[in-house]
Design a binder for this molecule. Sequence first.
Ligand SMILES: Nc1ncnc2c1ncn2[C@@H]1O[C@H](COP(=O)(O)OP(=O)(O)OP(=O)(O)O)[C@@H](O)[C@H]1O
Ligand SMILES: [Mg+2]
Length: 338
Amino acid sequence: MPLFEKRNVLIRDEQPLLEYFIPENIMHREGQKQELAECLRPVTVGRKPRNAFLYGPCGTGKTLLVQWMLRELEGHTSRARTAYVNCWKRNTTHATLTEILSQLDIYVNYRQAATDLLKLVEKESEKKQLVVCLDEVDSLEGQEVLYDLARSGVGLVMVSNDAYALMEMDQRVKSSVNAEYIEFPAYKEGEIFEIIRERAKYGLVPGAIRQSELKMVARLADGDARIAIETLRRAAMAAEDKGEERITATHIRKAFGTTHLLRKTEALKKLNSHEKALYLLMEKHKKLNTKELWEKYIKADKKPASQRSYRNYMGHLAKLGLVKARGELTGREYELMA
Ligand SMILES: Nc1ncnc2c1ncn2[C@@H]1O[C@H](COP(=O)(O)OP(=O)(O)OP(=O)(O)O)[C@@H](O)[C@H]1O
Ligand SMILES: [Mg+2]
């Protein structure tokens, strides 16, 4: 068989099928868009914005909406400058401040003290109102940077999977930050369907996927738009590789399996050492109630966390989709997700 024989093309443009593509139209997030705009609107008349805290499960459009909004804000007014930091990647005060400054075209030496970096950020914010998004804010090693930025008058848009991430911070940090809460609930199946139908329209050739198969992707994704888009892209690539005319249920099932596995690997990277210990126990026992797990955990972990942190950690595992939690308080039961 010739190596480069001509095959059926199913992918018209790969861009709309990639995670970091910013679509022109953000569907099903009108309320959240309005709420965030409300927080930032004061900037356009030269006043300080209100800080915002965006929370919700994975793949619910938080990062997308913030990035879209920061771009809109800069396009709309010359009074603001914006920066976006992923705190999982830049999880120290120093790294966060360096990243903000570099996005303002100020390059600093890694040996410069964090206090000096903060002064530079303050100086910039005096010239033009700064609005900074701190995505995955719960990954920060210390909370001090939130306090410092808020006190310097920088507008903050914080993002997390964990609704309690801010509430659990020091009172001093919480009151200086004083954020508006904006919830991003998981998408409904029909909403996911519309989101991927749009992506398919621009990313695939007409007829590459039938409505019933798109619906299947939406159902499997279970409220997570990232999983839906990634599954669609992988299924399209697999169908194209095989030279098929269209994407079938088999391609989708296989693509979903891989996507799910990748998601899990990514989620595992986000765990702290206590969460890893808890996850390993869950892997071993598959299903445990909260008391059983706690008892195994304090035996297994050399320096176990407090019972309260334990509950938070399990909440984090559940939000990342690694375990499923059922029931409340002492009756709570955890099950390992496939
Ligand atoms: N309403 C939407 N319309 C179009 N695309 C969307 C929408 N919501 C999410 N997406 C797409 O789904 C993917 C996941 O969205 P996003 O990264 O914003 O999720 P997230 O809420 O930040 O998730 P996580 O908490 O895991 O970081 C992205 O590729 C994004 O472009
Ligand atoms: Mg995100």
